[in-house]
Write a protein that binds this ligand. Structure first.
Ligand code: C5P
Length: 403
């Protein structure tokens, strides 16, 4: 897959630069054409001569070298490549990219290019962990820049932690993956996923919530995305970062979640994985409810929240083609889930046991049963990511049958 591809390799400053020589050798062995740019600090670690010896091409260092600009301008350098790989990518270079600085050849190419970019960061663990680097990383990820690594391990500076550049074999695998045609059976389809808990306010400072972490819904959104779907994730309050390439709409209460879902329609697929609060207080207090002296405690009365799943399943012409709900149960899981499927009018129900001993809430694994019109399919215990992938594949198969 890499054979015949043209890779522009940018080597920035860092002790890991020596590994880039091995990367060039491996890329050449795989049949790629490699051109390299060394930043000034990159050239402190490896010489243009050694890089050229391996690429078999001229190595570019300075921006305004007249000969370089006549032989091949910086725009040409990026235009003639299929992918730009930055290895090692220093903290400074990531900062420059994130802020759009262009004060040398490498950073100018990054700003001028419309090609995809893969970074292999390498730096001291404290630099990697620093909020400035993490914010730059988030910006770059948001822009669709690919990242491989960094790995955990002992560093040239004697410290231990995240920051070692990925091995050449891992970077090569990421490049191979980039050029592998993706299986995207859901491309062209719109999916709506709800995730996380809802918070129902009692007064301006207190709310009712539940233990949902949102992990399963986020994993489903990501799995649908990787099969090519255009995903809107309507999320209650969670600790999770917005997944790449997904439109996340953050909401707090059940009523907000419902209106965000309705705004996301029409959709081909709707998956309700949120643990929506069934009730909210009948009258939310505008002021903080005061603790009175003595033994008096407030009495709360509740009203039902809208059922988002049932509402989506009964949207008439706007009903998504496939509506999937979850049934979190602590007893009679299968029979309760079957009647829930009928009651809510959804096509599939994924049922799971959420008794405290299963550690499903907040954990990384899930044991699910998929209930459809034909019966029950019991899945073995698996990670939430694996369950999300299995569900997404199953959706792709179902929609293929329907076409
Ligand atoms: O009725 P129960 O809460 O057990 O139903 C669970 C399923 O219904 C889940 O898919 C959940 O996301 C959805 N649900 C909803 N709106 C509610 C309550 C549950 O969408 N108000």
């Amino acid at each position: 897959m890499i054979a015949g591809k043209s890779i522009l390799l940018v080597v920035t400053g860092g002790i890991a630069a020596y590994k880039s020589l091995e990367l060039i050798r491996r890329l050449r062995d795989s049949g790629a054409f490699v051109r390299a740019i060394l930043t000034k600090s990159g050239a402190e670690f490896v010489t243009p001569l050694s890089v050229s010896a391996l690429t078999g091409e001229k190595t570019f260092v300075e921006l305004f070298s007249l000969t370089d600009e006549t032989e091949i301008g910086h725009i040409q350098l990026s235009r003639q490549s299929d992918l730009i790989v930055v290895a090692p990518a220093s903290a400074d270079f990531m900062a420059k990219m994130a802020h759009g600085r262009a004060d040398d050849l490498a950073s100018t190419v990054m700003l001028a290019t419309d090609k995809d970019v893969l970074l292999a960061p390498a730096m001291n663990v404290r630099m990697w962990d620093h909020p400035a680097t993490q914010e730059n990383l988030a910006t770059l990820l948001q822009r669709g820049i690919g990242i491989v690594g960094p790995n955990e391990g002992s560093m040239a500076c004697g410290e231990f932690g995240l920051g070692r550049m990925s091995e050449p074999s891992e970077i090569l695998a990421a490049i191979e993956d980039y050029f592998t045609p993706k299986d995207t059976p859901l491309s062209g389809l719109k999916a709506l996923v709800t995730a996380g808990p809802t918070h129902e306010a009692l007064d301006p400072v207190r709310y009712i919530a539940n233990h949902s972490s949102g992990k399963q819904g986020y994993a489903i959104a990501q799995a649908l995305r990787s099969l090519g779907a255009d995903v809107t994730l309507v999320s209650g309050p969670t600790q999770l970062s917005p997944p790449e390439g997904i439109n996340r709409v953050s909401v707090t209460s059940a009523r907000e979640m419902l209106s965000a879902c309705q705004e996301a329609l029409p959709a081909d697929i709707a998956i309700c994985a949120a643990a929506v609060a069934d009730w909210r207080v009948a009258e939310q207090s505008n002021q903080k409810i005061k603790k009175t002296s003595g033994e008096d405690t407030p009495t709360l009365s509740f009203v039902q929240n809208p059922d988002i799943l049932a509402t989506l399943a009964k949207q008439g012409p706007k009903r998504p083609g496939l509506v999937v709900g979850f049934a979190a149960e602590t007893e009679n899981v299968e029979s309760n889930a079957k009647s829930k499927r009928k009651r809510k009018g959804c096509d599939w129900i994924l049922a799971n046991d959420v008794s405290p001993e299963t550690e499903t809430f907040g954990g990384d694994t899930n044991t699910l049963f998929l209930i459809d019109e034909t019966g029950t399919d019991r899945w073995t215990k698996m990670t939430k990511d694996a369950a999300a992938e299995k569900l997404s594949r199953r959706i792709a198969d179902k929609l293929k049958l329907n076409t």
